[in-house]
Design a binder for this molecule. Sequence first.
Ligand code: NAD
Ligand code: IMJ
Length: 257
Amino acid sequence: MTGFLANKTGVILGVANKRSIAWGCAKALSDQGMRLAFTYAGDRLEKTVRTLAEDIDGSIVLPCDVTRPEEIDSAFETIGSEFGHLDAVIHGVAFAPRDELVGDFYHTSKEGYMISHEVSAYSLTAVSRRALPLMEGRDGSIVTLTYIGSERVIQNYNVMGIAKAALEASVRYLASDLGPRGIRVNAISAGPIRTLSAAGIQGFNEILDHIADRAPLKRNITADEVGSVCSFLAGPMSSGITGTTIYVDAGYHIMGV
Ligand code: NAD
Ligand code: IMJ
């Protein structure tokens, strides 16, 4: 296998279906020769993820609900025994209870706050810690996915915005901790994409139209465009970059009035 990720291995958390941003990342990484492990959360997703993974040569599929520490442990044990080492972790996991993603932020329940932070922010640290022994001495790369709702008020994003702010801060602290071991940690801030996580979100069409109207590139972005930046961040071409957020948003974030 040729490509700039040949002989490298990675794990991808967050593929739910072919629209998932994590699937766009998987295709881009595999196209460059990376061998992949896919994880899924909950029995209902197993079949879909296994079917998708059939198209990715040499891949393995493992359960890993990030709210279950023993499932994270056993996923990384299996990755260790199957791959022997790990070069990349791609974290594309987020969740908040649906009723927290509508109406005013100040209604956020304690339970909604806790679960959204556990799944969408803490999980990056939980997973990175388990990946560490497998990445030791290998110039590893950890990549997560975030959204501008961490920095600006986006209607209905609510507690997810707070969780993404914690996620982006985690990227900086992890980058500082793991840099001396040769492991880089970065986030991609993606523009809106119609995935399962966007389904049923009030006003999503208007948001897509707003971006196409205002962003410098006058269009929305695709999961494949996030995937190509992910492959850049996972590989040697980004060897000098850590602790940062790269925007794949058609330039939207630079605009003022
Ligand atoms: P998606 O629904 O395809 O992916 C979200 C994934 O999170 C799913 O695979 C789901 O199974 C997983 N997940 C939820 N709870 C989990 C748990 N307890 N354990 C393990 N996995 C769990 O949607 P997506 O849009 O591809 O989202 C991927 C990432 O991209 C998320 O972090 C999201 O916040 C981020 N993002 C999405 C957009 C967008 O507009 N779609 C924009 C910017 C950033
Ligand atoms: C999500 C909610 C509100 C506004 C939103 C989004 N906008 C965008 C998203 C404008 C782009 C998608 N996004 C960036 C996310 O991070 C989505 C996270 C999410 C989505 C759901 C929907 C279904 C559910 N829980 C969720 N948890 C997290 O039950």
